[in-house]
Structures are given as C-alpha cells and as structure tokens.
Design a protein around this ligand. Structure first.
Ligand SMILES: Cc1cc2nc3c(=O)[nH]c(=O)nc-3n(C[C@H](O)[C@H](O)[C@H](O)COP(=O)(O)OP(=O)(O)OC[C@H]3O[C@@H](n4cnc5c(N)ncnc54)[C@H](O)[C@@H]3O)c2cc1C
Length: 396
C-alpha cells in the first residue's frame, strides 16, 4: 500500500486564523467526495478525519451499481480498478431453513475493502487541492452560516464559512449537538472481518439468521468480507449467548463459515446502529452521508447514497459561497432534494430490514420472490438510485 499523501498530525500550536470556505468533518465516502468536488471548483477545503489512514472500517464492502459512474466523475475509477476491486453481478439470498433466491443485479457492482477505498478517496482529495488531515478528531463546532464557524480539534482550531458533517452514523458530535436520535438507544449491533478459503465469483450473498443477517462479498486479493448486523437481544437468545451459534442456524452460512479462515486484523464491531431519520442541518452544520440518514445495510446502498448526497450538496454549497443562495433557501433546497431522492428508499429499506431479521417473515419473503422473481428484482431496484454505467467494460 502506498504511503498516505496527506498532512500528518501537527504538534499542539497556538490558534491560527486560517480561513477555509468549507471544513468537512469525516473522510468517508461523503466527506471525501464533497472535498474532491469543492476543491475542484476552486474552494478552499479542509477535510478532517479522526482515524489514521489507511484503516479498516465496519462495512459490508459491497459497492452498489451506481458507484461506478460516481467514481468516474471523481476521477478514481482507475485507482479503484488498480486496487483490485472485484466485479459482482448477482445476488443470492438465503433464509434460516436454507431456502434461497437468486437474482441478477441491475448492473455491475464492486467489492473493495474500505481499507483500500477510503485511502484512494482521501489521496484524491489531497491531489486536487483539499487540505486533508487524518488522526485529527473534531471535538467541537461553534458558529453559524451567517457569521462563520470555529472548529476545534485536539491539536488546532480552524475557521470556515461553512461546516459539513460527514462523520458517519454516530459520533460524539451528535451528542454535543443534542441531535434527537441519540436520545433513543438502538438495539442493533454489527461486526465484520475478512476471511480466506472460499471463492465467491461474481456474487454477493445475504444470509438471514434469527435476529439478523450476514453479507458475504468478495473483495481484493481473494478475500471475503463477512459482515453481519443483528438485534443484539434476539441474536443472544437465538444463540443461547453464543453469537457464532446464532449465525450457524442458517445452514448455508454455517457451511460457508466452516470452510473459511478469519483474518482477524480487519475485525470491527459496533453497537447503537440507528436507522432514525435525522436533521439535514443541525445548528447550521450541513449534514451529508450517514450523518443525514442511513439506509439499512440489507440494501447494500449506503456508500452509493453517501456519494450521491455529496453530489446533491456541492452545487448548492458553491452557490452559497458565491453569494447566489441565501441561508434559508439553501436549507430548504437541500432538505427537499435529499428527501426527494432518499426518503422513500430509506423507509423501504427499514421495512425490509425489520422483516428479514424475523425468520418467519424472511421465509415468506424469499418464497414470494422465488415464485415471482420480478418482485425480488423490483425490490433490489427500488432500494438503490439510478445508475449510469459509462465504464463497465473497463472493469470486465
Ligand atoms: C453492518 C453494516 C454493513 C454495511 N454494509 C454496506 C455495504 O455492503 N454497502 C454499502 O454501500 N453500505 C454499507 N453500509 C453502509 C455504509 O457503511 C455507510 O452508509 C457509508 O459508510 C456512509 O459513508 P459516510 O461517508 O457517510 O460515513 P463513514 O464512511 O462512516 O465516514 C465517516 C467518517 O467520519 C469520521 N469521524 C467520525 N467522527 C469524527 C470526528 N469527530 N472528527 C473527525 N472525523 C470523524 C469517521 O472516522 C469516518 O471515517 C453498511 C453499514 C453497516 C452498519
């Protein structure tokens, strides 16, 4: 892996009046793609990421069909291909009884680790002129869109005309902003790890177990990413306190897991995963990606949505920075565009998620899709955005 071409963490310094057009908190898909596009439009951008890159992140690592055109627009498709992204054209779903449904995806999706992808994205942001700092957690934000913002990290304080929250599904910042969803504990826990030992050419697999589901997706270097999400208590009850036993109640998944060897260096776990609807601006901070709302992982579309939400935000950000869009219109237009594009998809995804973790409902759902394959295909399409596939041939 190439060295990270971004600025290293600086020692503690006195406050400097550095003025940016935009400070973006979080260098995941939403944050990096916003930074790339704003920097390409000539804005002064600071991208702050709490983790040191490259790093493993909890994710199914299945990149939905729509991302290819986004990657091409961001200028990273070549780097994604060079990193060994694997084309995926089919989906296979199984229930706890081993009953299965197979479908063609509406185009070519990709499998690539977040370890590789997020590094490519942040390096691209740095290459097009954004100032990028990893190992730099934002601890506080004050100010507003009228007067500008002050952003505090453990090392330095920065100022900017706008701040974009791209810090993912949950962060300490949500609590300090008193965002309503953090008041409601979520029962969902998730875990992911990389495995070797089997080959899953061209297919993403989704296996239901009591209380949750587990995705298997091939990524670079012949690895399989195994990622599950579950209702913590239901999973505990199903496995009598043993998570592996809960997963193994699906015979297909049990067989897969028995045939593979876990590479523990990529293991990640997380709790409190919430699918609540969230504000698009909180205390004037502009929320993008999961920070504005997260789709259930069942849909495998969160990363594509994060990229798309950046594409919605960037032209409005430029108009605001150039004085062509006033604050209230900006908020109204973005919230309207976001709801128009994502709200129904999010609600459908949540409904499917809650159904799929209940073995009886998952069974009925898969049976229905077996009898009416068009229904399964329609659900797959309805939980993702429009795709333009200009460069599929490139990925073979
Ligand atoms: C179990 C599970 C499986 C999933 N599987 C898939 C899948 O297969 N396909 C798919 O498309 N989507 C999947 N998703 C969803 C997907 O991971 C997210 O939708 C996507 O990562 C959102 O991108 P983002 O840029 O909004 O946030 P993230 O990618 O989470 O990036 C946020 C960044 O902000 C940083 N950050 C947080 N707080 C701070 C701070 N205070 N200061 C600085 N930086 C900060 C974090 O370190 C992180 O790097 C899955 C989600 C879960 C929970």
């Amino acid at each position: 892996m190439k060295a990270v071409a971004i600025q290293a963490m600086q020692p503690m310094q006195p406050i400097q009046p550095i003025q940016y057009d935009a400070i973006i908190i979080g260098a995941g898909l939403a944050g990096c793609s916003t930074a790339i596009q704003l920097a390409q439009r000539g804005h002064r951008v600071l991208l702050l990421e709490q983790q040191r890159y490259p790093t493993h992140k909890l994710c199914g690592e299945f990149l939905s069909v729509e991302v290819i055109s986004s990657f091409e627009r961001l200028g990273i498709l070549g780097a994604v291909r060079a990193a060994g992204a694997v084309p995926i054209r089919h989906a296979s779903v199984t229930t706890c009884t081993g009953q299965s449904f197979h479908s063609d995806l509406p185009g070519t999706a990709l499998g690539l680790s977040r370890y590789a992808l997020d590094l490519i994205l942040i390096q691209r942001a740095a290459a097009v002129g954004a100032t990028c700092r990893d190992g730099t957690a934002v601890t506080a934000v004050t100010g507003d869109l009228r007067e500008g913002f002050t952003v505090t990290t453990r090392q330095e304080v920065f100022t900017a005309r706008m701040v974009m929250g791209a810090y993912g599904k949950r962060s300490g910042l949500d609590r300090s902003l008193a965002r309503p969803f953090v008041q409601h504990p979520s029962p969902f826990v998730a875990s992911k790890a990389h495995y070797t030992g089997i080959d899953l050419p061209n297919v993403v697999e989704l296996h239901a177990f009591p209380g949750g589901y587990c995705g298997l997706s091939q990524i670079e270097a012949g690895r399989i990413n195994v990622c599950w999400i579950a209702h913590g208590q239901k999973m505990q009850a199903a496995g009598k306190g043993d998570r592996a036993q809960a997963l193994s109640q699906n015979p297909v998944l049990a067989e897969r897991l028995a045939s593979m060897k876990c590479l523990t260096e990529a293991s990640q776990s997380l709790s409190q995963i919430s699918f609540a609807l969230k504000g698009k601006f909180d205390q004037d901070i502009w929320m993008i990606g999961d920070t504005a709302g997260m789709i259930a992982p069942l849909c495998g579309d969160g990363m594509a949505m994060a990229l798309r939400s950046a594409e919605l935000a960037v032209p409005m950000a430029t108009a605001f920075l150039q004085g062509q869009l006033e604050i209230q219109s900006l908020k109204r237009q973005y919230s309207h565009a976001w709801n128009h594009e994502f709200r129904t998809r999010l609600q459908l995804g949540r409904l499917m998620h809650y159904g799929f973790i209940e073995p009886a409902i998952a069974q009925i759902g898969v049976q229905l899709c077996r009898h009416i394959p068009a229904l399964g295909d329609a659900l797959i399409r309805a939980t993702r955005g429009a795709s333009h596939e200009p460069a599929l041939a490139e990925l073979g």
